[in-house]
Design a protein around this ligand. Structure first.
Ligand SMILES: [Zn+2]
Length: 309
């Protein structure tokens, strides 16, 4: 991964010293990898057979569930979490409420279900309401053993000083344009397009991916429920085979990202995302070994048809 070497070093340092802080604040602009790094770190801590350097094995029960936010001892607290808790819509969750923090406190106080760490990742911590911030402060003042709170926020100044002073701070920077470009290319965006979008992204990979999706939407949006749509999309691929393959690859890579995100945000259960993800990944592999891009595109649209809610 690219672009947050300083943050990575600090996290590795906590691990090496064997003295994890009870609370950590990841601060920096949105879309630069704070949540990704928090999930990676949580996964490494929850891994049941970590490598010597404390790296996650990627195969065990801990890794496979933590990586997709489904580990019972990992709480990924964002709009979807609070919406489910309060039985409201995710779109209406603008602030973190005191009831959410109280609920989390009870969750974090119970014994670890799988016998390891208990970890809470609090997204957009700058939106804590004042009662919620007070409740969180009380928790951080009497830390529980083997629990880790990772707060993600725009800046230390955006949180009450009392909370910040309880946290080890890990700064995240705006990404270098080249790092954003690499992230886009890894998602299948053509190099020239990636360079252009990276320049406009202001160092935010999240923003860059959004911009790319917006620019791709016009010619790629499938007509929902139209049985001919998969074939029409396949027909709209460039005539030239190598270009068609590239474009098919990036469409499928984008759908994989969307499904992962939908699942992480709790919009779709893994039971329904899983089979589609497997199918899309195998189509992507097939494309790389020269499968027909039009056929792969049709199959990919069929795999995700009916999943989107
Ligand atoms: Zn593992």
């Amino acid at each position: 991964m690219t672009g947050q070497e300083r943050a990575q070093k600090m996290i590795a340092g906590f691990r090496r010293d064997g003295r994890l802080p009870r609370a950590v604040l990841f601060h920096g602009p949105s879309g630069v990898g704070k949540r990704t790094r928090a999930l990676e770190w949580a996964t490494a801590l929850l891994c049941e057979s970590p490598a010597k350097a404390g790296a996650a094995c990627g195969n065990c029960r801990g890794c496979s569930t933590a990586g997709r936010g489904a580990h019972p001892d990992l709480k990924l607290v964002g709009a979807a979490y609070q919406a489910a808790l309060l039985e409201e819509e995710p779109e209406t969750q603008r602030t973190i409420k005191v009831d959410t923090i109280r609920h989390l406190r009870r969750e974090m106080e119970t014994t670890s279900l799988w016998g390891g760490w208990k970890i809470a990742i609090l997204e957009d911590a700058q939106t804590l309401e004042s009662a919620a911030a007070n409740a969180l402060l009380k928790i951080l003042e009497e830390p529980m053993p083997r629990t880790l709170w990772i707060l993600l926020a725009a800046s230390p100044e955006s949180l009450p000083q009392t909370i910040v002073s309880r946290c080890a701070r890990v700064p995240f920077n705006a990404l270098r344009s080249g790092a954003v470009e690499e992230i886009l290319v890894a998602r299948g965006v053509l190099a020239r397009e990636a360079r252009e979008i990276a320049r406009l992204s202001g160092g935010s990979a999240g923003r860059a991916v959004e911009m790319w999706e917006e620019s791709a939407e016009d010619d790629e949006a499938p007509a929902k429920g139209d049985p001919l749509a998969p074939f029409e999309i396949a027909e709209s691929l460039p005539r030239e085979l190598a270009l068609a393959r590239k474009k098919a690859e990036r469409m499928i890579a984008l759908e994989i990202e969307k499904l992962r995100l939908a699942h992480l945000e709790g919009r779709v259960p893994f039971s329904s995302v899983g089979p589609a993800l497997l199918e899309l990944q195998s189509l992507l592999r097939a494309l790389k070994s020269h499968a027909d891009p039009r056929a792969a595109t049709v199959l990919s649209r069929i795999a995700i048809e009916g999943l989107d809610s």
